[in-house]
Design a protein around this ligand. Structure first.
Ligand code: RAM
Length: 501
């Protein structure tokens, strides 16, 4: 059984908590380990010296090295600064000027005192391509050698088949995508191995999708679904957006309505991919609870209105108005839920189908602007955003050429908010694919993810806005993660397209 904490004044929410945690434990994936040995040997190091080790790729794991000396035993501890960098620009940046809103302790840097010669193993897990070591103080000349980075992942690379495509650009993008997923696949689907190193619903959904088309490992998906099923809901009945599971299970404290619905979507995806009705039905009560909870947010017009904007994610663009997108997430969830329930001939299918039709009608009446043929509406202060267009397309409020026209207009609108995360760009690509614009979807993947590859990315970044390398939702781009789960989905799109389903 996984031990759990009851925190934040919330009560243990589900009678099945112990059961769900037990199932989560049963599905703990096996971790694979690969040692990357770096043969460099640094002799003659003194205080003030520094060097950088290049691992040759981005990895997640544990670091060790051997301390030695040249002629006189170092009769004092050797103090080193060890910095783990996901990208080149972290190597020399000044961490002391960091001014972001997230805790600087996420920046991967340690000051260690090495007391003895011989092997030294650092105990924390790091995410890195480069490791910079500064010798801060040493009494005598030392040597450092036998560097080993023990990379860990639960992704079984023997299950991964290469893609067969006559397009080098897409091939390279696929390589970086699966590497991103591999490094985020640990005991759970982590969002980012540098930061926040936890399970978020939005990330889980996209990692699971990509996993179905790449490593195809379903234990870790089941584990994540069961973990959320065991989580403590808020007083409105919504699941938290995130949770921790190691060393003890802790429910998160941020309750995002769109993420709560995407939990339902993730469960349906799992069933549609595996056909595992038993697991679906096991967790279905928690999914249904989310669908009941969201009903309380439906206003007299039939639109989902979440009063506090902080309870909706959608994207990190600060200018974004979110009601239309949120309603689109609701429609999208209903659609996939009807599909899953319909396939298993579940008696709730018709009830959700009626709810879908009502919610779609409400969107046509109150969110769609027929005069201008867009989604500029009173709820969102007449804002035209790519996000609204995307989610209304995914909710199938508009279809075909007309939907394409609306999307194009939103994308080229000078003022309107655009996606700033690969996460939101995923849904943009999905909308394009739904409209059977595969070529344009691939072009967008080449444009956005391809640009990261051209920049030398080994893994895809959490935030990527072309032309704005310093953009960060956290006030300082130093804290942005450069290997982020929600950015791994090009492999899903490319492989799905090649497979034809
Ligand atoms: C950030 C992380 C995570 C995401 C949330 C909403 O903290 O990047 O991946 O899901 O935001």
């Amino acid at each position: 059984m996984i031990e759990y904490a009851i925190g934040g004044g919330r009560m243990k929410q589900t009678v099945n908590k112990e059961y769900y945690l037990k199932k989560a434990q049963e599905n703990l994936p096996k971790l694979f380990s690969d040692d990357i040995s770096i043969l460099n040997e640094f002799k003659q190091l003194n205080s003030g010296d520094s060097f950088v080790i290049d691992l040759g790729n981005h990895y997640v794991g544990y670091f060790s090295f051997v301390l030695g000396y040249t002629d006189i035993y170092p009769d004092a501890p050797v103090r080193l600064r060890v910095r783990f960098c996901e990208s080149k620009d972290e190597i020399d940046s000044d961490f002391t000027t960091y001014h972001g809103s997230l805790c600087p302790s996420w920046l991967q840097e340690e000051i260690i005192n090495v007391d003895f010669v011989g092997e030294y193993k650092m105990t924390r897990r790091y995410a890195a391509r480069y490791i910079k070591i500064d010798v801060l103080f040493t009494r005598r000349t030392i040597t450092l050698s036998n560097f080993v980075f023990s990379a860990v992942t639960s992704a079984d690379k023997s299950r991964l088949t290469p893609i067969n495509i006559d397009d080098t650009e897409l091939e390279n993008i696929d390589t970086v995508s699966v590497n991103t997923l591999k490094n985020c696949m640990q005991r759970i689907f982590e969002d980012g191995p540098k930061r926040d190193r936890r399970l978020w619903i939005g990330d889980l959904r996209l990692e699971a999708l990509t996993n179905y088309y790449t490593y195809g490992q379903c234990d870790v998906v089941r584990r994540c679904l069961y973990l959320f099923a065991a989580a403590d809901c808020d007083s409105d009945g919504f699941l938290p957006g995130f949770l921790y599971e190691n060393p003890i299970f802790v429910s998160g404290s941020w309750f995002l309505r769109d993420y709560a619905l995407l939990f339902v979507v993730s469960l349906c995806d799992y069933y549609l991919y595996t056909g595992d009705e038993k697991t679906f039905l096991d967790i279905y009560p928690v999914a249904k609870k989310q669908m009941d909870a969201i009903l309380n947010a439906v206003d007299d017009n039939g639109i989902v209105v979440v009063k506090d904007k902080n309870n909706i994610f959608i994207d990190w663009n600060p200018a974004l108005k979110k009601i239309t997108s949120m309603h689109g997430v609701y429609l999208y969830t209903l659609k996939i839920l009807c599909k899953a329930l319909g396939e298993m001939k579940h008696h709730d299918a018709q009830m959700f189908e009626r709810r879908y039709q009502d919610a779609k009608q409400a969107a046509i009446c109150h969110l769609y602007n027929s005069t201008e043929n867009n989604f500029a509406n009173e709820y969102d202060n007449y804002q035209i955003s790519v996000h609204s267009a995307v989610w209304m397309i995914l909710g199938e409020v508009v279809e075909g050429d007309n939907a394409w026209e609306i999307l194009q207009a939103a994308m080229s609108d000078k003022e309107g908010p655009k996606p700033v995360t690969p996460y939101m760009n995923h849904y943009l690509v999905e909308a394009m694919m739904n409209l059977e614009r595969n070529k344009e979807a691939m072009d967008h993947i080449k444009f956005l993810w391809g640009m990261m590859v051209k920049e030398g990315a080994d893994t895809f970044y959490e935030i990527f806005v072309p032309g704005k390398p310093d953009f960060s939702p956290y006030g300082d781009s130093l804290i942005n993660s450069r290997c982020h789960a929600w950015s791994c989905t090009p492999s899903y799109f490319i492989r799905k397209m090649l497979k034809g389903k």
